[in-house]
Design a protein around this ligand. Structure first.
Ligand code: ZN
Length: 173
C-alpha cells in the first residue's frame, strides 16, 4: 500500500510541531514504523512526522546507501553549529519537483530522545548534518523552498503560505 505524504502547498506543513511525551503510546510506536516505511517507499533520506500528518517533534533518517539502518530522533534540538557552512541544492519529498539552494552548517550537535525516552547527543557531519537541519526546519513549519540564494527568507515563506491559504480555500469549495 502506498503511503500518501502531505505535500506543499498544504498549510498543515506550516504548523509548528508539538513535543512528544514519554513513555510513547502504541500509536506513536506504530507511527515511527510507518514513517520508516514512508521514507523508504518514497526513496527519501529523512522524513518528519508532519509530512505524514502528525504534528509531533520527531523525524526519521537514514542516509546510508543500503537504507537498512533507520534512526528516529524525538524532541530534537540543535545545541551546537559549526561556523563553516555550505550552500547546496535541496529537495523535499513534500515539494516534489522543486529544488532550492540552502546554506547549512557543515557540522552540528543534536540533542534528542530515543524511542525509550533516553536522552542522547550526537554529532553529524556533511550530508547527515544537512539532512538533520532540513528535518529540524519541518518541525518549525519551515521548508527548503523558503530559502532564497541559500538564506532563509521569511518573506518567501509568508508569500508561499498565502498561496497555500488560497489553495485551501479552493480545495474546500
Ligand atoms: Zn523535507
Amino acid at each position: 500500500m502506498h503511503i500518501e505524504l502531505v505535500k506543499h502547498p498544504d498549510v498543515f506543513l506550516r504548523l509548528v510541531s508539538k513535543k512528544v511525551s514519554f513513555p510513547l503510546d502504541d500509536k506513536t510506536e506504530r507511527l515511527i514504523k510507518w514513517m520508516y516505511k514512508a521514507m523508504y517507499e518514497n526513496l527519501g533520506i529523512g522524513l518528519a512526522a508532519i509530512q505524514v500528518g502528525y504534528q509531533l517533534r520527531m523525524f526519521v533518517m537514514d542516509c546510508t546507501r543500503a537504507q537498512q539502518t533507520p534512526e528516529v530522533f524525538i524532541n530534537p534540538e540543535i545545541i551546537e553549529k559549526s561556523n563553516e557552512t555550505l550552500c547546496d541544492v535541496e529537495g523535499c519529498l513534500s515539494a516534489p519537483g522543486k529544488r532550492e539552494a540552502v546554506r547549512r552548517h557543515l557540522r552540528i550537535i543534536l540533542k534528542y530522545q530515543d524511542k525509550d525516552g533516553k536522552e542522547e547527543k550526537k554529532t553529524f557531519y556533511d550530508l547527515r548534518a544537512r539532512c538533520v537541519q532540513h528535518e529540524m526546519d519541518h518541525l518549525d513549519g519551515k521548508m527548503c523552498i523558503d530559502y532564497e540564494k541559500g538564506e532563509y527568507s521569511r518573506d518567501k515563506h509568508k508569500s508561499q503560505t498565502m498561496v497555500e491559504s488560497d489553495f485551501r480555500v479552493k480545495h474546500n469549495t
